[in-house]
Write a protein that binds this ligand. Structure first.
Ligand code: ARG
Length: 473
């Protein structure tokens, strides 16, 4: 049997030469990555085309062979399609996606297919495929995050000057604009986008040409593949490039932080939809009933996304532990990292695909929010500020308002229901203008700093967030 037909025969291994005995059947089945790395087909084909150009430039393929090779690779991709079952069924013996493409290419263009593996190793291929996959996933995640941010901004705009209590220690603190509260999530999203953008920049180098560990054994022009695949250049060290999975870690860690943000939003909406808060009516399109209790409307979507953030944290944790203590360079352990990345990318995409529509369909009970924001002495801070503006040291002002709150509590009144004479018992700094200083509007507008909830500041924040995140970005 000549070399070509032996290693090209369907189902044979890419490494059978030195072996006499076949693999244990159960082990063979268990160790394959094809059942999950099949989804790297587009990346494997793109990287293979780039490599074909590199070896053609090095004189390994003639111009005609290169044309056949590129056409063959395209044919492999289009024949295989995108359906998981069809792809896996097309070559049930494939060990991994690299083996699959080699087998398929051999069936399309014959023995020439086996020249494609000249000057490369699966170690650099998987590193390249995963970089391409992560890069696309980052782009998708950023686009999705932008959509969600825009939905939040729309909601903020439509809330106008509606107010909600802010909480510290989950105790009512001060009134804020609903828009201000929603923009807090926009800030988190912007940091998520920045983390992903940063990770993308750092990972955008091409491992092709790194060989198995020490670099290609042919004088390859690595810039050709890098350019073809949209990378900024080739990776600088072959040992690192074949075993580096930092880009997967960066990606899943960024998604895990994003998941934490989503879980906070989910928790607030879940809480605010309870009868106890009653701030939001859950959209029926995203809620379910109870099979036992007919009156119920359950916040399934927010509960599920709160739970899904655990998977994202899990993926990042698994990758950290996988990389910890791993000697250089490629080790098969790394195969375990792929599914974490796929699962994290799918999990994030799944949530982000629903979040904008869910967000847009939220119906706030502004009346309930307003009642909650205007009772319970949430203007006490503004009242203390009034006194300090009159020259009373804030420490003292705090105590005086504390006394006024106590009187209110004892007589069942809010600060604005107290009489001026009563207040003047506590301090002669109180005057008629006190009542204007503790209205809801004044309570909001006294926070007139960048990042504060004064109405003009929030209007400006909504406008600038919109222009930062707008369509044309
Ligand atoms: N399926 C393998 C992985 O995911 C591809 C690289 C295999 N390399 C090797 N030397 N066996 O890591």
């Amino acid at each position: 049997m000549n070399e070509e037909t032996q290693s090209g025969a369907a189902g044979s291994k890419m490494w059978s030469g030195r072996f006499r005995e076949p693999l244990d059947r159960v082990f063979e089945e268990w160790q394959r990555s094809f059942p999950f790395d099949w989804r790297l087909l587009p990346q494997e084909v793109a990287a293979s085309k780039a490599h074909a150009r590199v070896i053609a430039a090095a004189g390994i393929l003639s111009a005609a062979e290169l044309t056949t090779m590129l056409g063959g690779l395209e044919e492999v991709a289009s024949r295989a399609g995108t359906d998981r079952h069809a792809i896996v069924a097309a070559a049930p013996n494939a060990e991994d996606i690299h083996h699959f493409v080699e087998l398929q290419l051999t069936s399309v263009i014959g023995g020439l297919a086996l020249k494609l593996h000249t000057g490369r190793s699966r170690n650099e291929q998987i590193a390249t495929d995963m970089r391409l996959f992560v890069r696309e996933s980052i782009d998708d995640a950023i686009a999705n995050l932008r959509e969600w941010a825009l939905a939040l901004i729309e909601l903020a705009e439509s809330a106008g000057e509606a107010v909600i209590p802010s909480y510290t220690h989950l105790q009512r603190a001060e009134p804020v604009l609903v828009a201000h509260w929603l923009l807090a999530y926009v800030s988190m999203i912007e940091r998520d986008i920045s983390r992903l953008t940063d990770a993308r920049k750092r990972m955008n180098l091409c491992p092709l040409g790194s060989g198995a560990v020490a670099g290609a054994t042919l004088a390859l022009d690595r810039t050709i593949a890098a350019r073809e695949l949209g990378f900024d250049g080739p990776t600088p060290n072959s040992m690192d490039a074949t075993s580096d999975r930092d880009f997967m870690l960066d990606f899943t860690q960024a998604l895990s932080t994003l998941g934490l943000h989503i879980s906070r939003f989910a928790e607030e909406i879940t809480l605010y939809s309870t009868a106890e808060f009653g701030f939001v009516d859950l959209p029926e399109a995203f809620s379910t009933g109870s099979s036992a209790m007919p009156q119920k409307k359950n916040p399934d979507f927010t509960e599920l996304i709160r739970g899904k953030s655990a998977r994202l944290v899990g993926a990042a944790t698994t990758l950290s532990v996988l990389i910890k203590g791993l000697p250089l360079a490629y080790n098969k352990d790394l195969q375990e990292g792929q599914e974490q990345v796929f699962d994290a990318a799918d999990t994030a995409a799944g949530m982000l695909q629903i979040l904008p529509a869910f967000t847009r369909s939220l119906k706030f009970r502004f009346d309930r929010m307003r009642t909650a924001a205007t009772t319970g002495y949430l203007n006490a801070m503004a009242a203390a500020t009034y006194l300090s503006n009159k020259g009373v040291p804030f420490r003292k002002a705090h105590e005086i308002i504390g006394n006024a709150v106590r009187l209110g509590l004892e007589s069942g009144r809010e600060l604005n229901d107290l009489k001026l004479e009563e207040l003047r018992e506590f301090s002669i700094a109180f005057a008629e203008d006190f009542f204007a200083a503790i209205t809801l509007e004044a309570t909001l507008d006294c926070h007139d700093v960048v990042g504060g909830t004064a109405r003009s500041r929030v209007a400006e924040a909504v406008a600038t967030a919109k222009s930062r995140l707008g369509e044309n970005k």
